[in-house]
Design a protein around this ligand. Structure first.
Ligand code: AR6
Length: 180
């Protein structure tokens, strides 16, 4: 599913983020940036050991912020590492921190001249963010960004499996006027 926002394309696909040949893929990392499970583990395995060596020089990353590295063995040229919130009960600033993780990633991409981005569903695996709410925040934040910034031309959400895809699809249908 896709829709157009301003001069950018917003896409949802079901798939594996490590296979995406875009300017940058986004990693759902932790504050150490030293690897982990889930999508972080998959990205480190696919990118190869130079990624961990580079990450070790970055001084970590606060929740809601983002750091950039090369993509090494990935088809993507760069990796933007962001840290979403660990979900507790939704009253500990989780929505704002999740939105900030997306905004920081988009802004960092733009700063580095990167126009095509692929995101995973940050915080909805090991960090436990309820999927429908996280999908709404992710999509709203990206749509608002694309409406107010014209540099980025593609944002692709790469969803792991049909259940995740369908939740994002439903959320996008509710938010987006033009489905192509
Ligand atoms: N491609 C796309 N999506 C994926 C892939 C993949 N290859 N693998 C998993 N997902 P998670 P978090 C989905 O747990 O919740 C790590 O240990 C997955 O199904 O990767 O932000 C970090 O180091 C889920 O929908 O990230 C942190 O400690 C989504 O990606 C912690 O996990 C995010 O799940 C971060 O937890």
């Amino acid at each position: 599913m896709q829709c157009t926002i301003n001069n950018a394309r917003l896409e949802l696909i079901q798939g594996n983020i490590v296979e995406q040949a875009v300017d940058a893929i986004v990693n759902a990392a932790n504050p150490t940036l030293l690897g982990g499970g889930g999508v972080d583990g998959a990205i480190h395995r696919a990118a190869g050991p130079k990624l961990l060596a580079k990450c070790a020089t970055l001084g970590g990353c606060r929740t809601g912020e983002a750091k950039i590295t090369p993509g090494y063995r990935l088809p993507a040229q760069h990796i933007i590492h962001t840290v979403g919130p660990v979900y507790k009960d939704g009253t500990r600033g989780e929505p704002e921190l999740l939105a900030r993780a997306y905004r920081s990633s988009l802004a960092l991409a733009e700063e580095h001249g990167l126009r095509q981005l692929a995101f995973p569903s940050t915080s909805t695996g090991i960090y436990g963010y309820p999927l429908p709410e996280a999908a709404r925040i992710a999509l709203t934040t990206v749509i608002e960004y694309l409406q107010t910034h014209s540099f980025i031309t593609l944002v692709r959400f790469v969803l792991w499996g049909p259940d995740n895809y369908n939740v994002y699809r439903q959320a996008l249908l509710e938010l987006c006027l033009t489905e192509a």
